[in-house]
Design a protein around this ligand. Sequence first.
Ligand code: NAD
Length: 487
Amino acid sequence: MITTKVETFNNYIDGIWQESVSKKTFNSLNPANKEEVVGVFQASNEDDVNLAIEAAQKAFPGWAKTAPSKREAILNQAANILEQKADQLAEELTREEGKHVNDAKNEVLRSAQTLRYYAVEGQSFTGETFPNDDPNMKVSTEREPLGVVSVITPWNFPLSIPARKIAPALITGNTVVFKPSSDTPLIAVRLVEALYEAGIPNGVINFVTGKASDIGDRLVTHPSVRAVTFTGSTAAGEDIHRKASMTTRTQMELGGKNPLIVMDDADLDLAATLTVNGGFSLTGQACTGTSRVIVLKEVKEAFIQKLVDKTSVLKIGNGFEAGVKIGPLANEKQMKNVLNYIEFGKEDGAELVYGGEPLTTGEFEKGYFVRPAIFTNVKPNHRIAKEEIFGPVVAVIEVDTYEEAIAVANDVEYGLSASIVTNNLKIANQFTKDIQAGTVKVNRTTTGNLMNAPFGGLKKSSTSTFRESGRVGLEFFSQLKTVYIGY
Ligand code: NAD
């Protein structure tokens, strides 16, 4: 294992970069070459979390009173820093997570834009006034920050997801304790550094790395934590939601099993392209990734042929190579999980028509590479049709009618994103009503969402509470007071 000249990174608590109380560390590895250590990080324990939350609690009254224009200036300056360092950060993100460096750079720039968006939008986020029968009384609502917010994030969008949580939390006057995924702590350090260099006061943002099993509970159950914003698996989200107290808000963005319906009038070229882009970009590791394609039987054979043709030309490899479309899976657990599901698909009787094998020789030898898999003859009750895989596996399910397509699409516990390919206006509109998903699209990929529009799922893809992104993304981070003033 290559560990020479590897930098060690610290936690950031109360304005000081510091070692964890445990003095233990862990390595972050490159998933395209597991022998390469990207960085060494603090394996924090509950004492570190306590210190971070206490620092955030201490800083809260001052930050809540800080002029919005000052909060705005810090977010904008942090955005400038991310943009100035975009090439370096993109390279680090690719080394740590595996996505192509062009995608990584887009993520860095989008994260900077998110900071700017909330810097502005947060300043006009106000209450309302209410007409009432008393001519000498004014009734209005005021918005106040909550206090300390725990931000817990996954590895697949390791910069843009933290940005879309931390920016609205800060602009509305909350203080933050941020714990990133242990697969992508370096890019998380860079976000905190940008805020630090932009002049954020001590204790307003705090940063701890470490295992969920060591520090997760404390981040959720510490009595000073007023809110937990989490993105990750449904199992972890349910655990956190259960453990949070009645006075701790939770915002959970969780798993998905996103369908794309291909109608008999669909442009099949478009349908195949949307499936490839939605199912295999980011190596299938997007929460909104297309994992089920529900196809009307008249067009199934022609669709599958196009899908296999378009998939077979995708270049697999290291995210630094030009033209690579499929990078490595993010870690060993991901690789095992994806390969297990490919076996479940075969055992259940689905037909593997393309890919699905691990790539273990030559340039792939040291990384977590799998050829994207396409299954046909998948039945709605198969595990690959029901459970989130979070990898490059697409299950094609044949149906006879639109009604059957909707029944199959809705017959899962998730409801994150869904799309239909059709030129029929009536069906397209009907679909937006019939489908159980928080994001509904027509003739577009299931993946991708605007920063200025709400984002979140139905059923087990989110808690039924607050949406992320856009203006409504600010609501989670503030509480309302209703004020009656007689004069
Ligand atoms: P994960 O649930 O394993 O971990 C996510 C984060 O939560 C990590 O920082 C982890 O350390 C922490 N964590 C895990 N269990 C915890 C617990 N009990 N208490 C406190 N913290 C805990 O998820 P992952 O493997 O990092 O990411 C993949 C998952 O994330 C997929 O299920 C995917 O669908 C989901 N995801 C959802 C969205 C969305 O917006 N809905 C976006 C991206 C990813």
